[in-house]
Design a protein around this ligand. Sequence first.
Ligand code: LMR
Length: 337
Amino acid sequence: MRLLRLLCVFVLLPFAAAAHAQVITIKFSHVVAADTPKGKAAERFKQLAEAATKGRVKVELYPNSQLYRDGDELEALQRGAVQMVAPSVSKFGPLGVRDFEVFDLPYLLPDVESVHRVTDGDIGQKLFAKLDAKGIKGLAYWDNGFKQYSANRPLRKLADFRGMKLRVQSSKVLAASVRQLGGVPQVMAFSEVYTALQQGVVDGGENSVSNIYTQKMHEVQKHLTISDHGYLTYAVIVNRKFWEGLPADIRSALEGAMKDATRYERAIAAKDNADALALVRQAGTTEVYVLPEAERAEWKKALLPVQQEFEPVIGRELIQSVQAVAAQVQAERRKRQ
Ligand code: LMR
C-alpha cells in the first residue's frame, strides 16, 4: 500500500502534472498585413485566448503569407500543418464548396448590416456546415469592407473595362464579373498582387482600401474607383479534428475569446477602411473617383447577368434567401428613418 502511494507521489503525479501543463499551440496563418482589421483581430484573439486559458494555449500568428499563400493555407489547414486561418469566403471554390460564392454576386449585399444578418443567421451556419465534410470547422465571420476597383487607367464608364487585365481571388463569380464588364480576369494569390501590378502583369484589381493601402498597391495604381460592388468577408476556420480533440474547457474558453475578437474586429473594420482611404488620398499617387449613384446603377445593371449565370451553381434558393435578408434590412432602415 505504501509502495503504491509512493509510486503515485513520485512517478504518476509528476506525469499527470506535465500532461496537464502541456501547451496547446494554435498556428494562425493569414495573408494580410498585421495592421488590417483581420491582422489586428488575430492579435486580439491571441491575447484573449492565451489569457482565458491561463497559458495552456499558445497562439502563434503568421501574417502576410509568411507561412502560406492563398490556397496553400487551406490545404495546410486540412492536413493540420496550421490550426486556424481566416480566408476570404471567395476562396472556398477550389475546395469544392461553391455555395460561398453567393457573397461574390455583385451588389447583392448593399450594406454591412445585411452582410452580418446573413452570416450570423441560418444562412451563415448552413454555409459553415458545408465545410464539415472538408475537415474544416467554421468559427466566425469577420469583416473587411467593400471592394473597389483600382487600375492604372480610370475605370469609370463600363467601356473603360474593355481588355483590362484584372486580378481576382479564386472565385468563378468574381472572374465572371470582370468578364461581364469586358475585362480579362486573372486569378492570383494575394501575396503576388503588388509585384504583378508593379510589373504590369495585370492592369488592376479589386480589393478593400485597407488591403490596397497596407500592401502599398496604391503606389502602383494611378486610379481607384469607389464602386462598393462587393463585400470582402472572412471566415475564421479551424482544423475540425484538432478542434474537436481539444479538452472541453479549453474549447469553450477559445470560443469566448473568438466571440470577443469578432466583436472587436467588426467594430474596427469600417473605420480602418475609411482611414486607409484618407491615407491613399493623402499619398497623392492615386486619383480617387467615387462612383455616383446613377453610374453605380449602370454597373449594377450590367452585372446582373452574372447572377443568372451562377444560379444553377449557387442555387436559386440560397440567392433568394440572401436577397430576402437584404430587403428586410432595407425595409427596417426605411422604417427607422
Ligand atoms: C485577397 O486575396 O484579395 C483578399 O482576400 C486578401 C484578404 O485576406 O483580405
